[in-house]
Every structure is written in structure tokens, then in C-alpha cells.
Unconditional design. Structure first.
Length: 131
């Protein structure tokens, strides 16, 4: 998992016109209030955050999927996840986004893919920092 809190140590605040992430949040990195605060803090006013998030919450299957879900429950019980759901879902994300008054969702859509190698859907978001 990526530790996006280190972003604060690597880059100055209010530095970016565009931050993007494709296929990371919800699967490899947390999408929680803390993560979004850090991203927003590093955005300039009138800049954008473009990202995708797996719509189903978790692509893993079988025993690995079960282990990750159990790990998520354990970490939440131990207080090691603030507002986090490792298995981010659209409904959680909409709730998290609604807590911020300095951003607007400019674009949100569902993109489904059905190929021989993979079938699934991703939510695509573009968020603008307005203040």
C-alpha cells in the first residue's frame, strides 16, 4: 500500500495544477478523508484532481479477497484506519467528497470494460479545487 501521507514531506502545499491517479485508489492506496485532504492541500486553486477507482471496491478474488476484507476489519478495530475503508466504494467516496466545501465534482462517470482478460467497471472522477 502506498503511504500518501509522505506526500506532505516530498512536495510543497498549493503546488500542483493537476494531480492524477489511474487504478490506484481503492485497491493499492486508501481513499479516505485524510488522503483527500492531503491531495487537496497540494492543489492550487482552480486546479484538478483526476482519478479512477474500481467500482466494485476490490478486484481480488477467492481467499485473497477474504483475507483483505478480514485485514480491513482487524485494522479498523485496532484503530489503525481513521475513516478508511481499504475497500473503497463509490458510496463511501461520495460521502467523503461531500465533507469538503472547497471542491466540486466536475465530472463523474462509470466506465465498464469487458475483454477476454478482464471484466469490470471503474468510476472516473474529475474534482476541481475552487477555494
Amino acid at each position: 500500500n502506498l503511504d500518501l501521507t509522505r506526500f506532505n514531506q516530498l512536495y510543497p502545499e498549493y503546488n500542483f495544477d493537476l494531480i492524477y491517479s489511474i487504478g490506484v485508489f481503492g485497491e493499492h492506496a486508501f481513499m479516505d478523508i485524510t488522503t483527500l485532504e492531503i491531495v487537496i492541500k497540494h492543489m492550487k486553486v482552480n486546479s484538478f484532481f483526476f482519478f479512477t477507482i474500481y467500482q466494485g471496491g476490490l478486484r481480488r478474488k477467492g481467499i485473497l479477497r477474504l483475507c483483505i476484507k478480514l485485514l480491513n476489519i482487524l485494522l479498523n478495530q485496532l484503530g489503525l484506519r481513521k475513516s478508511a475503508m481499504y475497500i473503497s466504494r463509490e458510496s463511501n467516496l461520495d460521502d467523503i467528497i461531500s465533507k469538503f466545501d472547497n471542491i466540486n465534482v466536475k465530472y463523474k462517470t462509470l466506465k465498464s470494460t469487458n475483454t477476454q482478460n478482464w471484466t469490470g467497471s471503474h468510476m472516473i472522477y474529475i474534482i476541481e479545487k475552487i477555494v
